[in-house]
Ligand binder design. Structure first.
Ligand code: IFM
Length: 435
């Protein structure tokens, strides 16, 4: 199974498994529409034409799923709250049945000795707010902080850790510039506004959570190790620019209260007027740092790229079923860089895992986890303050634009019967974490 031993990580090191609401819950007893409901309903946006209406039916099957977390030996479970389940219109009166569901879920974790790690926003913006401009509308920062206040007051005393946003790069660039995720726009102005308003929502959300007495607050950023495809200065420039777009915009905002100068120059015409004045509100004191890591970005200069003359190339390394290069060293490097250049807060690797072809025996995934766990030990040895690791994902689930075709679960889900079957990778964690 895994070659590493639990003791190597230190007694306080947290091991968890992660999921998100839209990807697993299904509609259950009702929720408001989100941008992912309408995006998935539009033909061509999700490769297999699927949606999140049933997903893993976690809304009904959560006790079994939490048993899997506990029996896997995990001490923590990272989940997200569906904004439209608790506030169907995104603002205004909350839906009691929605709040009751998260009461049951959080209490279910505590009863099983699992620490609840909550994320407030994992991409399911209420459609009613998208009708008002969504992340392009500055008011979204206020709607988000009101939502954070509601969650903080209701659940805050039972949460071990809370993150405002999951992977704002995806909510901004992938969704408003590349058009691949909801709401599917391809527009720099929309993207730049979404980037800034997401950051402002984070800052306001943290302030609201603190005011509600919630402890242990953070944000989850997805980082890619950006490397040049060749030793040419042009490719070095391309890799550097992509690191600004993907990593440094968010790291800079959250941990330094500043956006990277080169990127701001390119986006100047598209950012909302007066954005600089918001930086102090964005730059809130945090308690931990969440990093999701999957792969590297190998970048080449691309003169046809216009404002962003940089393009990703197909790398030579072994790849996952999503064609992402497997590159554990990138995780070590990023953890060391973040600890050295941005923050000395404890870092939680809040997601890491791989898409793999279906099957219960998943030796490549076992190896993937083993190599990334080693990468964490290497980062710790190099001085990075790494305090936790969460496998993505507990379950096979709705992999966004890839639908149900790409499988990340350490537990297989048969979507016809909803049967859960632990894979070898789950067994490997179980053995590592056995007390
Ligand atoms: O499934 C996603 C998750 O929702 C966010 N991080 C990346 C995962 C794999 O693509």
């Amino acid at each position: 199974m895994f070659g590493s031993r639990r003791e190597e990580f230190g007694e306080d090191f947290v091991f968890g498994a992660a999921t998100s609401a839209f990807q697993i819950e299904g509609v259950g007893d009702g929720r408001g529409s989100s941008i992912w409901d309408t995006f998935a309903a539009t033909p061509g946006n999700v490769v297999d034409g699927s949606d999140g209406l049933v997903a893993c039916d976690h809304f009904n099957r959560w006790p079994e799923d939490l048993d899997l977390v506990r029996d896997g030996g995990f001490g923590a479970y990272r989940f997200s709250i569906a904004w439209p389940r608790v506030l169907p219109e995104g603002k205004g009166p909350p839906r009691d049945a929605g709040l009751d569901f998260y009461d049951r879920l959080i209490d279910g974790m505590l009863e099983r000795g699992i620490a609840p790690y909550a994320t407030l926003y994992h991409w399911d913006l209420p459609s009613a707010l998208q009708d008002l401009g969504g992340w392009q509308n500055r008011d979204v920062a206020r709607w988000f902080s009101d939502y954070a206040d509601l969650i903080g007051r209701r659940f805050g005393d039972r949460l071990a850790a809370t993150a405002t946003l999951n992977e704002p790069w995806c909510s901004a660039w992938l969704s408003h510039v590349l058009g691949k995720h909801a709401p599917g726009l391809r527009d720099y102005r929309a993207g730049a506004r979404a980037m800034h308003h997401l950051m402002l929502a984070h800052g306001n959300g943290i302030a609201a959570l603190r005011a509600a007495g919630v402890r242990n607050l953070g944000i989850v950023l997805n980082l890619e190790k950006c490397e040049p495809a060749t030793p040419s200065p042009e490719d070095a420039f391309a890799a550097n620019l992509w690191a600004d777009v993907f990593n440094r915009f968010y790291l800079g905002a959250v941990y330094r209260g500043a956006y990277p100068a080169e990127l701001v120059q390119r986006l100047e015409d598209f950012l909302p007027a007066g954005w600089e004045a918001d930086l102090p509100a964005i730059h809130q004191k945090l308690d931990w740092c969440g990093i999701n890591y999957y792969t590297r970005a190998l970048m080449r200069h691309d003169p046809a790229g216009g404002l962003f003359p940089t393009t990703k190339v197909d790398g030579p390394l072994e790849k996952t079923d999503l064609d992402w290069e497997i590159y554990p060293k990138g995780l070590t490097d990023l953890l060391v860089e973040v600890s050295r250049d941005y923050t000395d807060l404890p870092i939680h690797v809040t997601e890491n895992g791989m898409a793999e072809v279906p099957g219960i025996d998943d030796p490549r995934r076992v190896r993937f986890y083993e190599e990334h766990l080693r990468a964490i030990l290497a980062a710790k040895a190099a001085g990075a303050n790494v305090a936790g690791y969460f496998a993505w994902s507990l379950l096979d689930n709705f992999e966004w634009a890839e639908g149900y075709l790409k499988r990340f679960g350490i537990v297989e889900v048969d979507f016809a019967t909803q049967k859960r079957t632990p894979r070898s990778s789950y067994r490997a964690f179980q053995e590592l974490l056995r007390r």
